[in-house]
Ligand binder design. Structure first.
Ligand SMILES: [Zn+2]
Ligand SMILES: [Zn+2]
Ligand SMILES: [Zn+2]
Length: 316
């Protein structure tokens, strides 16, 4: 017992981490590779999202060319906004803990950098590239949402990261807000009308996948229901100078929220949901074994192996 290995190095930044950690304390990246125990997008994806996305990918390379340019420009402007207005979420704060837990459940590659920004509407958004995503939560959301509802919001946003939605999302949002200066400049209007329609149709369905993943993290339909009600009530209707206003996504029109809630309930009572939740529980049970070294002899091992090949000890 006394000889147990207590720390190992992050394969990216080389910092030492405790053996019970899933994400690096410094670079926030996943310390061990993903295993068959981890949640995949298939565990929660809404089929119309997958179908529309496949159709959209069939129209490449133009959407990606434009999308990458817009993503870069938007990341620059949002990062500069955050450097002035954002407060970084501390890892040990209530939100920081929810964030880590949702990242574990959804088996992300990296915990997004996360900020709180003063804003009227209860909202959240994710931007950037999947390798280095940024999550922003409005101060109003932190005031009106309870802990579980906040976890649901975080789960929703992280699902967009897990599902690699960010670039197409940025494109769809530029389109939805009439392209804006950035969009016009970089040519979101260059996309043909059928591609534009497809993009907006996909966007709507991608929200349903994110809601499903959100339910997976909180495991309670009532939490999603109260969240949807609050988002409807606390939407930022007055407008104003908030960056959320133009790129808002979580709170949308009421009929849309109602449709989303119906679909969440449907998923919540499906065998797919039960299976996915079982997967979450199974992963939790073996989590301490899913590290890249043996806890006893320190020899490298595949994360998925529950026994050490060198010393033969069970890692559980
Ligand atoms: Zn690291
Ligand atoms: Zn969303
Ligand atoms: Zn060993």
């Amino acid at each position: 017992m006394n000889n147990e290995v207590r720390e190992f190095r992050c394969r990216y930044c080389r910092v030492h981490n405790r053996v019970d950690r899933i994400f690096c304390v410094r670079c926030r990246r996943r310390l061990a590779e993903l295993t068959a125990y981890d949640i995949t997008e298939d565990d929660y994806v809404y089929p119309p999202d997958r179908d529309n996305l496949a159709a959209l990918q069939g129209t490449e390379p133009l959407p990606s060319l434009i999308g990458r340019t817009i993503t870069k420009a938007r990341e620059r402007s949002l990062r500069s906004w955050l450097s002035r207005k954002g407060t970084r979420v501390e890892p040990l704060s209530e939100i920081g803990i929810s964030l880590r837990r949702c990242s574990e459940i959804l088996s992300l590659e990296i915990i997004p950098e996360t900020f709180i920004v003063a804003s009227e509407g209860a909202n959240a958004l994710t931007f950037g590239r999947e390798e280095n995503p940024v999550l922003v939560i409005s101060s109003s959301a932190t005031e009106v949402l309870d802990k579980d509802e906040m976890t649901a919001v975080i789960g929703h946003e992280l699902a967009h990261v897990k599902s690699k939605h960010l670039m197409y999302h940025t494109l769809a949002e530029s389109l939805a807000k009439g392209a804006g200066i950035i969009g016009q400049f970089f040519g979101v209007g260059l996309l043909s009308t059928p591609i534009q329609m497809l993009l907006l149709a996909w966007y709507r369905e991608s929200e349903v996948s994110a809601d499903r993943a959100s339910l997976l993290t909180v495991n309670d339909v009532n939490t999603l229901e109260s969240l949807m009600n609050k988002l409807g009530r606390h939407a930022n209707r007055e407008g104003g100078a908030s960056a959320f206003e133009s790129i808002s996504e979580l709170f949308q029109t009421h009929p849309n929220l109602e449709r989303r809630l119906d679909l969440i309930k449907e998923f919540g009572s499906s065998p797919e949901f039960r299976q996915a939740r079982q997967k979450v529980k199974r992963r939790d049970r073996v989590a301490r074994a899913l590290i890249p070294i043996c806890r006893f002899c320190g020899v490298a091992k595949p994360a998925s192996k529950l026994f050490c090949g060198a010393c033969g000890k069970s890692q559980l």
